[in-house]
Design a protein around this ligand. Structure first.
Ligand SMILES: [Zn+2]
Length: 115
C-alpha cells in the first residue's frame, strides 16, 4: 500500500480546514475591532471600555429598500422582489469599565426580509 494515496487528500482537507479557521478568526477579530471602536470611552479614550447599562428603543420603522432589492436579486439571480427593511434605533447607555464615565450612543439595527 502506498501511504501517499491517503496523505494527499488528508493534507488538502487539513489545508482547507486551516484556511476556514483563519477566515473565521479574522472576521471575528474584525467584528470585535468594530465593536471596540463603537464602545470607545469619551472620557479616557480607551477602546471597547463601554459596558452596556441599558438600551432603549427610540425609533422603529419599516420600509421598502429598492437598492437592497437590486443587490439581493443580483446575488441570488432571481426576479426583483421587494425587500422590506425593519429598522430599529436604540439609545444605548454605556458606562466605562475603567473610569466610570457614563455616556449614551445611538445604535441602528437593520433586518432584511425578502417579503
Ligand atoms: Zn473611560
Amino acid at each position: 500500500m502506498d501511504a501517499g494515496v491517503f496523505l494527499v487528500p488528508l493534507m488538502i482537507c487539513g489545508l482547507l480546514g486551516f484556511m476556514l479557521a483563519v477566515g473565521i478568526v479574522f472576521s471575528y477579530m474584525w467584528l470585535m475591532h468594530l465593536d471596540a471602536e463603537t464602545r470607545r470611552c469619551p472620557g479616557c479614550l480607551k477602546k471597547g471600555a463601554g459596558g452596556i447599562l441599558e438600551t432603549e428603543l427610540i425609533d422603529s420603522r419599516s420600509y421598502i429598500d429598492s437598492s437592497a432589492t437590486e443587490n439581493l436579486s443580483r446575488k441570488y439571480k432571481n426576479r426583483l422582489q421587494p425587500v422590506r427593511v425593519e429598522e430599529k434605533k436604540y439609545k444605548v447607555h454605556y458606562k466605562c469599565k475603567h473610569c466610570d464615565h457614563e455616556w449614551t450612543g445611538v445604535a441602528l439595527e437593520k433586518e432584511y426580509n425578502s417579503r
